[in-house]
Design a protein around this ligand. Sequence first.
Ligand SMILES: Nc1ncnc2c1ncn2[C@@H]1O[C@H](COP(=O)(O)OP(=O)(O)OP(=O)(O)O)[C@@H](O)[C@H]1O
Ligand SMILES: [Mg+2]
Length: 510
Amino acid sequence: MFGKRGDTPQPLPQPAAPPQGTPAPAASPTGVQNTVPEAAPGPEPESVSQSRPPPPPPEPPSQPVEDEYDRARSEEYYDVKTTVFNALIDTIDLTQLARLDAEAAREEIRDIVSEIVAIKNVVMSIAEQEELLEDICNDVLGYGPLEPLLARDDIADIMVNGAESTYIEVSGKVEPARIRFADNAQLMNICQRIVSQVGRRVDESSPICDARLIDGSRVNVIAPPLAIDGPSLTIRKFKRDRLTLDQLVNYKSISPEGRDLLGIIGRVRCNTVISGGTGSGKTTLLNCLTGYIESDERIITCEDSAELQLQQPHVVRLETRPPNLEGEGEVTMRDLVKNCLRMRPDRIIVGEVRGPEAFDLLQAMNTGHDGSMGTLHSNSPRECLSRLESMILMGGFSLPSKTIREMIVASIDVIVQASRLRDGTRKITHVTEVLGLEGDVVTLQDIYVYEMQGEDANGGVLGRHRATGIARPRFWDRARYYGEETRLAETLAAAEILDVTGQPLGEEVA
Ligand SMILES: Nc1ncnc2c1ncn2[C@@H]1O[C@H](COP(=O)(O)OP(=O)(O)OP(=O)(O)O)[C@@H](O)[C@H]1O
Ligand SMILES: [Mg+2]
């Protein structure tokens, strides 16, 4: 059979056959993790992981996946799996298997696993056998226990904290995922397999690594000895159907008028910074805003790990590179942003501003690349400005604070603040303009805000989006230049307005 060791079928090994019907004396649990790489010694593991076709794109599960995978599996199941797995690895020729496409490899494994189950007299229903087969295929061909989580589109983040503990974020809430890895070595193997697909490596000597899955999901690995309890793997799942501003309206993350306002901001080329905490929806919002860029503009994106999904035809995507083992070859965000300026961009989009590239982005915004955008970690528009300032100062630019603030005022038009609230919902909480400098202080003006009003019986946050009553934002002239002023006026007039008491005009203060 193609894929097995040797030319002729060999009898399947029957090591220390367990008494019938009982699980095999556990072949050490490491048997599972040693699977692909160690079963093929020498350079093979590398070739297996690199020549192996990428894992098949996860199919949408045919039944509610929670039912299927949230069930904790018994120790007995893992023992049986270990036995079958070890027998499979002894039987199969991994080098040949790597040459098959994913479907053929799966068929090959299916045949052999069925044979092993029959020979070892493992008592299993057809459904159990299918589950075992799926599990083993995931271990050999894919990302092992992660596969069922990767296949679920309702998961935003997967956080693996060592072999025994995995959490997922679903609908804004973090919860334990009932999967487990055989041990930390298996988990490390999978981490290695993930990062090697983008030509990176992670091990004790270079224990921190950023990577990307084939489907675009963002991955971070931090391995022992830095991660004390075993490799820690964090995956920001890529949404196959990217969220649009209309969907954000459906999720009540923004009101319809807020959506229109953001649309105008995108169209009239305001230089925009999207500010927010971790996982608050910054990148999603940036993606949405880029949807308003005209298709004839040349856009250059700079990211640490390419996440943005721009729809325009004329896009150049750039990605930073970490240093190699000798500490050489690093390409930083700053290098990319500086290089952008020589690439005749109409707009520069920086996935995340974290360091001295802030200076170059501001300069770009200030020198004819209107409509450039970026995201930045911070909890309010005001904090966003001070973070920008400290990034520039920490980058070693010996500029007086006032000069940096002047630069900020001259460059940034709008700050959009995203927040993840305590009930797990994500909201756009501020659309704020940068007005100017008064003395040493940058003046800001909220145009649109989310006002929290309380909590419902289930702990859900109650609140509403409102305009602040500014009829003519600072970017009015810009809107007029692009023929959007009527729409801007209508949008602001249509929105419910907040008065100084925090109540909508005309409403009684409770
Ligand atoms: N308004 C929203 N409503 C519901 N889900 C959202 C919303 N915005 C974003 N999400 C989801 O939340 C997750 C995190 O979003 P996103 O990657 O945009 O956050 P981020 O702020 O860029 O995170 P990080 O700080 O890690 O870069 C994604 O799965 C995304 O689909
Ligand atoms: Mg992001």
